[in-house]
Design a protein around this ligand. Structure first.
Ligand code: 0RA
Length: 644
């Protein structure tokens, strides 16, 4: 390669790394240009403020959603430096805002602990904003600079005097990039900011929505501040579960240079709720810190149980799962150079972290159990019960598998299967009730659509022990129809998703309260027992219409009251309106036209926007505690936070 060629390619690589590249390939930097990416812009700026707070320079952060859907973030940190940057010949502020990779901090020795999913910096937010203004309070003065699509409009200006320090950034996401979704969700932002306040105790984070007022006429607003950090996070997550011990077990320390924070509690439920974070990022896919936690927990509890003598009468071994039934835990670690792996880059790969966490957890738990013998006894009893239940569940599972081998083709008799064999082209409708099931069976395209009618309310898995779940006929039918098997002895929820017989699993229920309750029961089951199905985007909710408006030969369907009124207006006087109280009131061709025909139907895809919040909501909706559930249902459309 000639010197010129080498220089040319170096230049072109640099050019590609610039702001233009961010605009050309936004997904490479912020994941996607849908709702996730849009909200990510806010997290990116806030992460810089959190870094200031972690470095001890900031204790207040505020986020405001403005009327025009721009967002303003403000902190009381040191303020982005404004002095001349020697190498670039412009203000440091301009470098931070307009150079990709200039990142935040110039001092390399303090590692950036937050930094967003991709850690791309505020310049990236700038590149993807129609307009952005940065205002800095520093050294007794106020400085400001404005940018359009990542380019400065004029040099940094001094615009006044100030006795505060801090950074204020206002940005308006570029609608040519965020084409489909360009309005912010208060709930999504508030949930993340609350989470950040739990993960970084001591900081006050507020959010204000200038687009909406509450009953008292104030702009919708919340302020988050956590004194106890993860301990309060656990209490918040387990608000509607019943603890079996008085206090949250918590530990904070550093092992081999890795800061580790853990909080955990056991409750009366049968599910395991582990949530893990690396540098404030939720690691959905787990990784070395989570396996370190599991190992430390199993090791220590096993040792304690054995030496306590309580296991002596037990006729079988205790498995890893048994130690985690009814456990809610949060593991938060800070890693200097995290390696993220996995499908969504939310799995920690750093090998060394595993032993740091496992050692930390072992030591903490050992001490805790010694100091709290009463709690220790309660935990061991719970573990023994879990082991017994697991054995019963295993028997139920074996029975299902034996039975399914015996029935014809291994499929449930109630299933009306489709003729297509390629799962990617197949859909199965889980339909409420036999009569609606019959209509759906007549209305469907049997080439690629299968129908599985479900009898009334399926079991609430949130309140049932595993063996009850596996013994339940409706649930067994779902398992066998979908073709996935039900876990293994080591991992009771392991799913062989590659065997999935339909790539679209559609929940189809009546459009009334009972119908939403049944869809929620089915969703709860899928979320707890077939999470991968939801995570991989296979689960949908069908949306049948609420009304049929007719006048003479003209007819149109409506999905809400506004739509109905508009159609009635369009048709003029003399309309006949039919309200569908259930799927059963539609005939087969109506059901096909409105709800099943891929050309015209609208189906909502179920996505887990936030796994931690989804867990909390399912336990609230389906658990024992009634008042918060009523409040939630009154305040939200059922799926508001599941974001279908
Ligand atoms: C570069 C260097 C320093 C701080 C920051 C950036 C900084 C960035 C943001 C973004 C939002 N809020 C922020 N606060 C600070 C270090 C400052 C110094 O050494 O004085």
């Amino acid at each position: 390669m000639s010197e010129n060629q080498a220089k040319y390619s170096a230049d072109s690589i640099q050019a590609l790394e610039g702001m233009e590249h961010v605009r050309m390939r936004p997904s490479m930097y912020i994941g996607d240009v849908g709702s996730r990416g849009l909200h990510h812009l806010v997290y990116e700026v806030v992460d810089n403020s959190i870094d200031e707070a972690m470095a001890g320079h900031c204790d207040r952060i505020s986020v405001t959603i403005n009327k025009d859907n721009s967002v303003t973030t403000e902190d009381n940190g040191r303020g982005i430096p404004v002095g001349m940057h020697k190498k670039e010949g412009v203000s440091a502020l301009e470098v931070v805002m307009t150079k990709i990779g200039a990142g935040g901090k110039f001092d390399k020795d303090s590692y950036k602990v937050s930094g967003g999913l991709h850690g791309v910096g505020v310049s990236c937010v700038n590149a993807l904003s129609e307009k952005l203004t940065a205002t800095v309070h520093r050294d007794g003065k106020i400085y400001a600079q404005e940018y359009q699509r990542g380019k400065s409009v004029e040099p940094v200006k001094e615009i006044g005097k100030s006795d505060k320090n801090g950074t204020i950034v206002t940005f308006l996401p570029d609608k040519t990039i965020f084409k489909d979704i360009n309005t912010y969700s208060y709930d999504i932002l508030a949930t993340r900011l609350r989470e950040l306040s739990f993960l970084n105790k001591g900081i006050t984070i507020s959010i204000t929505d200038m687009r909406n007022k509450d009953e008292e006429g104030n702009f919708v607003n919340e302020e988050f501040h956590s004194k106890e950090g993860l301990v309060e996070f656990i209490k918040f997550l387990d608000e509607t579960r019943e603890p079996i011990m008085k206090d949250v077990i918590a530990f904070e320390g550093e092992k081999n240079g890795v800061p580790v924070e853990v909080a955990m509690i056991y409750n009366t439920s049968y599910s395991e709720n582990l949530h893990s974070y690396v540098n404030n990022i939720n690691t959905h896919e787990g990784g070395t810190h989570l396996s370190g936690f599991r190992r430390g927990l199993t090791h220590t509890l096993k040792k304690y149980s054995e030496s306590s003598g309580m296991l002596d009468k037990l006729k079988f071994d205790i498995a890893g799962d048994d130690f985690r039934e009814g456990l809610t835990a949060i593991i938060s670690v800070k890693v200097a150079e995290p390696q993220f792996e996995g499908q969504t880059k939310t799995k920690l790969g750093n090998k060394e972290v595993s032993s740091s966490v496992s050692q930390a957890v072992s030591e903490m738990l050992r001490d805790y159990l010694e100091e709290h013998p009463d709690d220790a006894k309660i935990i061991v009893q719970k573990v023994i019960l879990a082991a017994q239940a697991r054995h019963a569940a295993q028997k139920a599972r074996e029975m299902v598998q034996r039975k399914s081998v015996m029935s014809i083709g291994g499929l449930p008799g109630k299933l009306s299967d489709c003729s297509e064999q390629d799962p990617a082209k197949c859909e199965v409708f889980l339909v409420e009730g036999d009569s609606a099931g019959g209509t759906a069976k007549q209305g469907r395209d049997r080439a690629f659509q299968a129908i599985l009618p479900l009898r009334g309310k399926i079991l609430n898995v949130e309140k049932a022990m595993q063996h009850k779940v596996f013994e339940n006929e409706e649930i067994r039918n779902i398992f066998t129809a979908l073709g996935v098997t039900i876990g293994t002895e080591e991992d009771s929820k392991a799913l062989n998703i590659e065997k999935l017989r339909y790539h679209k699993v559609v929940i189809m229920c009546d459009a009334d309260i009972d119908g939403s309750h049944i869809s929620t029961l089915i969703l709860t089951f899928l979320f707890r027992y077939m999470k991968e199905l939801v995570e991989n985007g296979h689960v949908y909710i069908a949306t049948p219409p609420l009304y049929l408006v007719k006048k003479g030969a003209k007819k149109e369907y409506a999905w809400d009251n506004d739509q109905r009124d508009n159609i009635m207006m369009k048709f003029g006087d003399g309309c006949k309106v039919q309200r569908y109280k259930g799927l059963g009131e539609m005939n087969a061709s109506q059901l096909w036209d409105t709800t099943m025909n891929p050309e015209f139907r609208t189906m909502r895809k179920v996505v887990i926007e936030n796994g931690v919040e989804a867990d909390r909501i399912f336990s609230m909706l389906m658990g024992d505690d009634v008042p918060p559930r009523r409040e939630f249902i009154e305040n939200n459309a059922l799926y508001a936070n599941i974001d279908a």
